[in-house]
Design a protein around this ligand. Sequence first.
Ligand SMILES: *[C@@H]1O[C@H](CO)[C@@H](O)[C@H](O)[C@H]1NC(C)=O
Ligand SMILES: *[C@@H]1O[C@H](CO)[C@@H](O)[C@H](O)[C@H]1NC(C)=O
Ligand SMILES: *[C@@H]1O[C@H](CO)[C@@H](O)[C@H](O)[C@H]1NC(C)=O
Ligand SMILES: *[C@@H]1O[C@H](CO)[C@@H](O)[C@H](O)[C@H]1NC(C)=O
Ligand SMILES: *[C@@H]1O[C@H](CO)[C@@H](O)[C@H](O)[C@H]1NC(C)=O
Ligand SMILES: *[C@@H]1O[C@H](CO)[C@@H](O)[C@H](O)[C@H]1NC(C)=O
Length: 337
Amino acid sequence: MRFNFKLLSIFLASPVFAYIDQPCYKGSQQGVCVPKYSCNSTGQTAKYERYAGSYPNWPCPNDPDDVICCIKSVTKLTTGETLKTPGVCINTKNCNLNKNYLANTAECPGSNNVKLCIPNSNKSTGGTTGGTTGGTTGGGTVTSSCPTVRNPNATKSGKSKAYESLPQIFQNEGGCQNMSGDPGNWYQGQLGYTCMGVTPQTGWTNRSYYNYALNKCSYNSVLFVKCAYDLNKDKFQEGTANLYEKLFGSIAGCTNLPQPAYFVCLDYSLNGPYRTKEVVANNPIGNRDSKTYARLLNSISRQDFKDAVANNSNLRQYLQGWMNRCDAREKYINNYC
Ligand SMILES: *[C@@H]1O[C@H](CO)[C@@H](O)[C@H](O)[C@H]1NC(C)=O
Ligand SMILES: *[C@@H]1O[C@H](CO)[C@@H](O)[C@H](O)[C@H]1NC(C)=O
Ligand SMILES: *[C@@H]1O[C@H](CO)[C@@H](O)[C@H](O)[C@H]1NC(C)=O
Ligand SMILES: *[C@@H]1O[C@H](CO)[C@@H](O)[C@H](O)[C@H]1NC(C)=O
Ligand SMILES: *[C@@H]1O[C@H](CO)[C@@H](O)[C@H](O)[C@H]1NC(C)=O
Ligand SMILES: *[C@@H]1O[C@H](CO)[C@@H](O)[C@H](O)[C@H]1NC(C)=O
């Protein structure tokens, strides 16, 4: 499923990575990204959900629109056999083999990377992994030297890392727009405004991030975002920063990175937090200084874009825009400290 931030559209409006068969989540439930039609087949009695998610929380953000998160729990096999404890269809790499085993049954969609993960002896209870925890970003302490892993929350502005990253992410102060051609602006059948990438729906469902606006702006759910933005732009940016940290940064593993690596990580995560999570996990910051690490993340992100174009020439039209974005990150890194 794609994002649809208007302001980032050149960057995000296309499916970038083939993520078929990759793990996806609805809360703590785990599934796999597969085309919608394949989640369930005739004759099967499995419990399944074709979870499409909603902006900006797409479970399969890097995939085409017909790819959903298939969450499937199987008790009765098509062979007629009944399992004592249900198995789940997940990516084989996520099946904890200390507590479960894998079975190649007709139930699971996707390629051979997806199999039924069944609790041992189909007796004991086992679980899927997943779930994310988040939180708000801590405010920074002002620093003029480069932050390090020992003082990861220090910032140049004294504001939180996410807060100071937002203007750069939007390449401007991120105003509001109500273009009727942007589906993200429509909510409950009415046209509203997207402000700093926050659509009417996301803002309203996450209105607890904008406590200051609850009294004055709750009278109209569609216009809540615009009202909250007009009421206090600075508080709006603060709430939005916390929301981005929660919906992207914390999932991707950016939270404890020092600036300017945090900014690159957060910006990268908007293209799909699970890909960034993988990159950060496979390349921990270790003893690197924050600028070196920021450049490393940016170079991997750059390569991702090139790979995506190499694999799908239809994406070539976006390449220049993506490279410009990577160049802008480079500048931010160079100037940060
Ligand atoms: C999907 O599974 C249900 C049972 O949960 C079944 O009734 C339905 O026919 C299946 N759909 C398809 C397209 O086979
Ligand atoms: C489930 O466990 C039973 C024994 O309890 C075993 O005979 C059966 O093959 C298992 N089913 C699968 C699909 O592994
Ligand atoms: C930095 O901020 C995060 C998020 O608020 C917090 O979890 C973490 O403990 C802070 N780290 C330090 C070293 O203060
Ligand atoms: C879109 O926004 C402009 C400026 O705020 C406003 O004048 C206009 O009425 C809005 N359009 C619709 C259809 O609401
Ligand atoms: C925040 O918004 C996203 C996307 O609309 C939604 O999936 C999520 O449930 C919301 N979070 C809360 C706490 O409402
Ligand atoms: C591109 O294709 C290669 C080989 O088919 C594959 O290994 C790689 O993961 C693909 N990369 C992307 C970004 O889709």
